[in-house]
Each structure stands twice: as structure tokens, then as C-alpha cells.
Design a protein around this ligand. Structure first.
Ligand code: URA
Length: 216
């Protein structure tokens, strides 16, 4: 098989995996979801963003980061001259986690058992894409992919090389968290997110120039 065929096969497998995920019943979130939000973007992306989990609009559309947090993410990507065509975007859990409060569904953070039940999808997804760089958006993603005691305040923007899924991995602020801050907090959070995305863009360029990792 030549290199082109190997890549085509990888894209095909990712599409297959997404199709399989649509009927997942590994946890109880499957009972309340509208759509599985597998992820989208460039299947050969050197840069992957991993968020927390779908919200209301993502659940309704089946697409990641399409609400207000997604608009902020798109805006910050653009500041770094990046678009969704270049990157891949997904979440640690593929179904919306919510609870009913006063008769209305309210988003909540996914619980450890839900993250664990969903990890099989994320694991296969990231192995198929094989990015050079991963950026975790928010603590649940960082706790899952970097280390379980990740502290955003102390470790945001720090590069780690311990991931089985990418040569470099870091975590930054979740856009939804930035949206919840007051005007001053919003401005500084947005600037930090842009700075970290820019750092990731540069890391991809630097990693491309490095020698490929050897097996021995
Ligand atoms: N927040 C996330 O973490 N993921 C989405 O897809 C949307 C909002």
C-alpha cells in the first residue's frame, strides 16, 4: 500500500468510527441525547482541539462548538489565521450531559463515569487522526488527556510530551468559561486563549521540522 492509500484508509476508518458512534449506548447519556456529536474538521489535521462535551445547540445539530462558545473559538482561531478546515474539533464526551432544573435542561460537566464510558471513541478517534499537537479546552479535557490533577491556573499553556495521541499537548481556557467572566476577565481570557492557540500553531510548524520520532 502506498502512502496515499494509507491516508485514504485512515479517513475511511474515521468516517466508519463516526458512524458506529451514532448508535452508542455505552452510558445513560445516550437515552437523553438528540444527536451524537462525534467531531469534525480536517481528518488529517496536525492540530486537534478537544473540548468538554456538547451543549444544547451541539446536541440539536450534531456538530461541535456551534453555540456561543464555538463562535468565540472560531473568532480566536481566525486571530491566529486558522479556520476549522485546518484543524479538527471534538469533545471528551460525545453526548450532551445535562440535568433538569425548574423543568428546563441545563448543561453540566460530564461525570467521570461518563468520560470513561466515552473514552473508547476519543481514543480511536485521536489515534486515527494522529495529530502533532493537541489543545485541551478546559479542565475535564486536560484531566482526561494530560493528567488527572491538572490545574488550569498553574499549568495552562504548558507543553507536555507525555501523550500517546500527539507529540505535544497543552490545555487552555474553555471558551464557555471565558464567556462567563466580567468584561475585564473576558478580555484577558480571550487574550490568553488567542496566545495559546498561536503557541499551538507555532508548535505545529516547529514539530514539522523535527526529526520523526524513532521506534527505538
Ligand atoms: N462546549 C464544549 O466543550 N464542546 C462543545 O462542542 C460545545 C461547547
Amino acid at each position: 500500500m502506498d502512502e496515499l492509500n494509507v491516508e485514504d484508509e485512515q479517513v475511511h476508518q474515521l468516517i466508519e468510527l463516526s458512524a458506529q458512534a451514532q448508535s452508542c449506548t455505552a452510558c445513560h447519556l445516550s437515552q437523553i441525547r438528540t444527536k451524537v456529536v462525534f467531531g469534525e474538521g480536517n481528518p488529517k489535521a496536525p492540530l486537534v482541539f478537544v473540548g468538554e462535551g456538547p451543549g444544547q445547540q451541539e446536541d440539536a445539530t450534531g456538530r461541535p462548538f456551534v453555540g456561543r462558545a464555538g463562535a468565540l473559538l472560531d473568532e480566536c482561531l481566525l486571530e491566529c489565521r486558522l479556520t476549522r478546515k485546518y484543524v479538527y474539533i471534538c469533545n471528551v464526551v460525545k453526548c450532551r450531559a445535562c440535568e433538569i432544573e425548574n423543568g428546563r435542561a441545563r448543561n453540566r460537566a460530564p461525570r467521570p463515569d461518563e468520560i470513561e464510558a466515552c473514552f473508547n471513541w476519543l481514543d480511536q478517534q485521536l489515534r486515527l487522526i494522529g495529530p502533532l499537537v493537541i489543545v485541551c479546552l478546559g479542565a475535564p479535557s486536560a484531566n482526561t488527556l494530560i493528567h488527572k490533577n491538572f490545574r488550569m491556573l498553574q499549568e495552562r499553556g504548558t507543553w507536555f510530551t507525555s501523550s500517546p495521541f500527539a507529540r505535544y499537548i497543552m490545555a487552555t481556557l474553555h471558551p464557555a468559561y471565558i464567556l462567563r467572566q466580567d468584561a475585564e476577565g473576558f478580555a484577558s481570557g480571550r487574550a490568553q486563549l488567542i496566545g495559546d492557540i498561536e503557541s499551538a500553531r507555532k508548535k505545529v510548524a516547529a514539530a514539522r521540522k523535527e526529526a520523526p520520532p524513532t521506534l527505538f
